[in-house]
Design a protein around this ligand. Structure first.
Ligand SMILES: *[C@@H]1O[C@H](CO)[C@@H](O)[C@H](O)[C@H]1NC(C)=O
Ligand SMILES: *[C@@H]1O[C@H](CO)[C@@H](O)[C@H](O)[C@H]1NC(C)=O
Ligand SMILES: *[C@@H]1O[C@H](CO)[C@@H](O)[C@H](O)[C@H]1NC(C)=O
Ligand SMILES: *[C@@H]1O[C@H](CO)[C@@H](O)[C@H](O)[C@H]1NC(C)=O
Ligand SMILES: *[C@@H]1O[C@H](CO)[C@@H](O)[C@H](O)[C@H]1NC(C)=O
Ligand SMILES: *[C@@H]1O[C@H](CO)[C@@H](O)[C@H](O)[C@H]1NC(C)=O
Ligand SMILES: *[C@@H]1O[C@H](CO)[C@@H](O)[C@H](O)[C@H]1NC(C)=O
Ligand SMILES: *[C@@H]1O[C@H](CO)[C@@H](O)[C@H](O)[C@H]1NC(C)=O
Ligand SMILES: *[C@@H]1O[C@H](CO)[C@@H](O)[C@H](O)[C@H]1NC(C)=O
Length: 437
């Protein structure tokens, strides 16, 4: 008797399912008294009202079951373009899911048969190691099957700032993902440098078992590592407080703008960034690297037009010394080599820790611009000062005990230099520049 009734009910449901919702509460969005519409963010509402409505035809941009959220157990019928009573999952479920009604909502749930016999050792997170982030993902249904709570997905640091988890679809499976920044120390990131060309970044994924019933499982713990090439750019992420400056450069034409970064490095590989507060050794080389992380090297090149040093943060300081001009070394007071410029998305300049007497800091200013590779006949040779932008970094100088001594010594050695000016002296032996007030 009971089963007969059930059968009859099923038949009724099926029959009813063939038609569109045509009730009055909630009202149809198309009803003249409603004039409603739907949005991805808020769902379906009557015009200027907080009244929920049910869409038909083209009123619902989502075109899936979320259009019918204002009804209990109705689904979006793609052919009828309305909410119908057939139990259909729309969008369709993935291969490890089944469509069923849960809490009066038509939902894709995990198919318990798909992962029968799955072991914890079978859980293999998928990883994407990009320069702008590391994405770690795990199948939601696999986690559910093994009794894990995918909502508890977290890394070493489980504070709210570090929990960038979200739902995604990878290879036609629903996954829970977390995105990490590729920055040293960020949310427990551990950085290890293996050699001069490779760097590893490691963190740990933790997923708790479902609470409630008997806890029979330990948390799922998985160490993951991404390998990166050590470059001018990545080395900045992998050092704690690199000295750097960034500026947004407008590009010619309609294709937006680009970030340019200026950083200082202590080695010719341009992969050992100088740190904020680090005291530069007297006479040591300083490698200035400029790059654009998001620029297309086929379309643009980066050109440094001018670089100069100043004892103060004022770019118009009287004691400024220009060491790159027109994109080339000035071969002046500060021994400088322009290694690469105007030919790629990077510029490399080797200069020197020059000392300005009485100051413990030196500010370096560089004016850089983008060259459009297709429009400039000889790439970057034209000087277009108008659209260049200025970058500024500050370097700390160690105590210069020998500066005075060198100053006098150099007065005898360097004939071309005007000692009488009593302002600027050059010590070629130490590649050191001294100015005194
Ligand atoms: C919806 O219902 C109303 C009244 O109940 C009826 O007049 C109308 O024809 C129905 N519309 C459709 C499309 O079935
Ligand atoms: C659930 O998975 C099993 C095993 O893969 C399969 O045989 C069954 O058809 C699936 N159920 C649904 C409703 O897709
Ligand atoms: C650096 O280490 C990586 C990974 O261990 C290796 O593939 C590469 O050849 C090494 N490079 C150098 C220059 O030693
Ligand atoms: C799953 O994890 C979330 C976030 O940690 C928590 O709020 C929720 O209570 C957990 N659910 C179960 C069943 O353990
Ligand atoms: C995972 O990394 C942690 C350090 O973050 C380490 O203590 C632990 O032994 C590692 N576990 C495995 C299985 O490698
Ligand atoms: C890393 O460096 C190697 C060797 O120089 C190169 O073949 C590879 O494409 C680089 N990888 C990335 C992601 O830049
Ligand atoms: C580069 O210049 C060419 C010719 O002036 C122009 O057609 C093109 O849009 C420019 N490219 C970009 C990316 O601005
Ligand atoms: C800059 O150097 C390049 C290559 O050494 C040379 O061709 C060019 O003429 C120089 N430009 C200026 C303005 O000195
Ligand atoms: C520009 O780059 C290309 C390819 O990397 C190289 O062959 C060429 O010598 C470079 N030109 C200059 C002026 O640096």
């Amino acid at each position: 008797m009971k089963s007969l009734l059930l059968l009859a009910l099923c038949a009724l449901l099926k029959y009813a399912g063939a038609g569109c919702y045509n009730g009055s509460d909630p009202i149809l969005c198309s009803d003249p008294s409603c004039g409603g519409s739907c949005t991805f963010e808020n769902g379906c509402y009557c015009a200027g009202d907080i009244k929920l409505c049910v869409p038909t035809a083209t009123e619902c941009p989502m075109e899936d079951n979320s259009c019918c959220d204002n009804l209990v157990s109705w689904s979006w019928d793609e052919s009828l373009k309305c909410c119908s009573e057939a139990d259909l999952c729309n969008p369709e479920c993935f291969s490890d899911e089944v469509c069923e009604v849960v809490n009066n909502k038509i939902t894709c749930s995990c198919n318990a048969s798909t992962y029968k016999g799955l072991e914890i050792s079978d859980l293999k997170p998928s990883m994407i190691c990009d320069s702008d982030g590391i994405t770690v993902s795990l199948s939601k249904c696999q986690l559910t099957q093994l009794g894990y709570n995918y909502s508890s997905f977290h890394i070493i640091d489980d504070s709210i700032l570090c929990t960038y988890t979200y739902s995604d679809v990878i290879n036609n499976f629903r996954v829970e993902s977390i995105k990490l920044r590729t920055t040293m120390g960020w949310c427990g990131n551990i950085v290890s440098k293996v050699n001069s060309s490779k760097i590893f970044i490691t963190n740990t994924l933790h997923i708790d078992p479902n609470m409630g019933q008997l806890i029979t499982r330990n948390p799922f713990v998985y160490n993951f590592t991404c390998e990166y090439n050590l470059t001018m750019q990545t080395s900045l992420n992998f050092s704690p407080y690199p000295v750097l400056s960034s500026v947004i450069l407008p590009s010619q034409g309609e294709s937006g703008s680009y970030t340019i970064i200026l950083a200082a490095y202590s080695e010719a590989t341009f992969t050992v960034p100088i740190q904020v507060g680090e005291e530069l050794k007297f006479g040591s080389n300083v490698y200035l690297g400029l790059f654009s992380p998001d620029m297309d090297g086929n379309l643009f090149a980066l050109k440094v037009e001018k670089c100069f040093a100043s004892p103060t943060s004022n770019p118009n300081d009287l004691y400024n010394v220009v060491f790159v001009s027109g994109g080339n070394s000035t071969n002046g007071n500060i021994l400088t080599t322009v290694i690469e410029n105007g030919n790629s998305t990077e510029a490399r300049i080797q200069t020197n820790a020059f000392f300005i007497q009485g100051y413990t800091k030196v500010y370096i200013f560089c004016d850089a611009r983008l060259c459009n590779k297709t429009s400039e006949v000889k790439v970057c040779e034209l000087t277009q000062k108008a659209d260049s932008s200025r970058l500024k970094i500050q370097l700390n100088l160690g105590k210069c005990l020998r500066c005075l001594q060198i100053k006098y010594m150099q007065c005898f050695q360097l004939k071309y230099f005007q000692c009488s000016q009593k302002r600027i002296y050059h010590a070629s032996k130490y590649n050191t520049f001294i100015a005194s007030k």
